[in-house]
Design a protein around this ligand. Structure first.
Ligand code: NAP
Ligand code: ZN
Length: 350
């Protein structure tokens, strides 16, 4: 066991503040990583403030968009070597034997261990995430980051990237399809870049008219301000696929009505309050509504390799960890372009 600097919150009402946490010693299959950057996901905020009702365990050290450098490996590690730039996303372990793990879909494993706030089998207590200077992770859950990608801007690929990649691959997003992305935040802007990368016709739905130009330069073909009923009406019945990334309560029926026959809307945004679904929005047109959770490890690597090949990363605002509480407030007012990435070197002064 060794000590690492980190930022944690002690309750749903507490700000994040400096702390020291224990990390396990490097086991046979473990990789020790010096964390360079960690993205700030809206899920971090939902969890810190206990908004999902699951009973967040405190103290919590959030962070699941980790990019760092390997500093030590266990004797049985074959995937990574000291000095490699690697990534860790939302999971750090799973049982490897259940049907989901065998299908490469570790995110659905009933025994998966999340990067933070999951029971920690080795140290007891709960796992601590990436708002920290260092982490130790089983090599299976550590992915390679292509060398042409800037670490700070690659970090958000580990959650925002894979969470938008996975459902678009599952639903076959490709050239010739019309794809909607609802909400231009961290997930949304990655959804736009990836859907554009797949060759789809991409339409962004935003509540923020000032994001219009950005949406177009990120790769959208059209932008609709969702508060404008006329603009929405023009898109009725025309989408093959819509990815909803909104973090707060909103009218989902307005988007279901935009799907063509057999179109699908996938929710990745996870608002704390249940959404009301009008039966006829699905019945008429045999439309479907589904959800999607991050992605498996193999597909995370596939996504990173695709991003390496096509030079795709997040648009980030790099912040020192000392600005994290301010960053959370800005997330709540949709005021981030388009992902905060924490420079972990800033922990040195703590
Ligand atoms: P984010 O950066 O805060 O972006 C969310 C966007 O939603 C905002 O930028 C805003 O876009 C839009 N929005 C916010 N409030 C709204 C409202 N009241 N009505 C309509 N639109 C609103 O958050 P994020 O990090 O992308 O995460 C988005 C959601 O996905 C969160 O709930 C998060 O927990 C969830 N998530 C799920 C998974 C998964 O595996 N399924 C993984 C990661 C995150 P505009 O300004 O363009 O309207
Ligand atoms: Zn996330």
């Amino acid at each position: 066991m060794y000590n690492a600097k980190a930022y944690s919150a002690d309750s749903a009402a507490s700000p994040l503040a400096p702390t020291t946490i224990a990390r396990r010693d490097v086991g046979e299959r473990d990789v020790q990583i010096e964390i360079l950057y960690c993205g700030v996901c809206h899920s971090d905020l939902h969890m810190v403030r206990n908004e999902w009702g699951g009973g967040t365990p405190y103290p919590i050290v959030p962070g699941h968009e980790i990019v760092g450098r390997v500093t030590k490996i266990g004797s049985a590690v074959t995937k990574h070597k000291v000095g490699d730039v690697v990534g860790v996303g939302c999971m750090v372990d799973s049982d490897r034997t259940c049907p989901d793990c065998r299908a490469g879909l570790e995110q659905f494993c009933p025994n998966k261990v999340l990067t933070y706030a999951s029971p920690d089998k080795q140290l007891g207590g709960f796992t601590y995430g990436g708002y920290s200077e260092s982490v130790v992770v089983d090599e299976h859950f550590v992915v390679r980051v292509p060398s042409n990608l800037t670490p700070a801007a690659a970090a958000p690929l580990l959650c925002a990237g894979i969470t938008t990649w996975s459902p678009m691959r599952h639903w076959g997003v490709a050239k010739g399809m019309k794809v909607g992305v609802v909400g231009l935040g961290g997930l949304g802007h990655m959804g736009v870049k990836l859907a554009h990368g797949f060759g789809a016709h991409v339409v962004v739905f935003t509540t923020s008219p000032k994001k219009k130009d950005d949406a177009l330069s990120l790769g959208a073909d059209e932008v609709v301000v969702s508060k404008n009923a006329d603009e929405m009406q023009k898109q009725a019945g025309s989408f093959d696929f819509i990815l909803d990334t909104v973090a707060a309560d909103h009218d989902i029926n307005a988007y279901l009505d935009l799907l063509r026959r057999d179109g699908n809307l996938t929710l990745v945004g996870a608002p704390p309050k249940p959404l009301a679904v009008a039966a006829f929005a699905l019945i008429l047109g045999r439309r479907s509504l589904s959800g999607s959770s991050i992605g498996g490890i193999a597909e995370t690597q596939e996504m990173l390799d695709f991003c390496g090949k096509h030079d795709i990363t997040a648009d980030v605002e790099i912040i020192p960890i000392q600005k994290i509480n301010e960053a959370y407030e800005r997330l709540l007012s949709s005021n981030v372009k388009y992902r905060f990435s924490i420079d972990m070197a800033s922990l040195e002064s703590e």
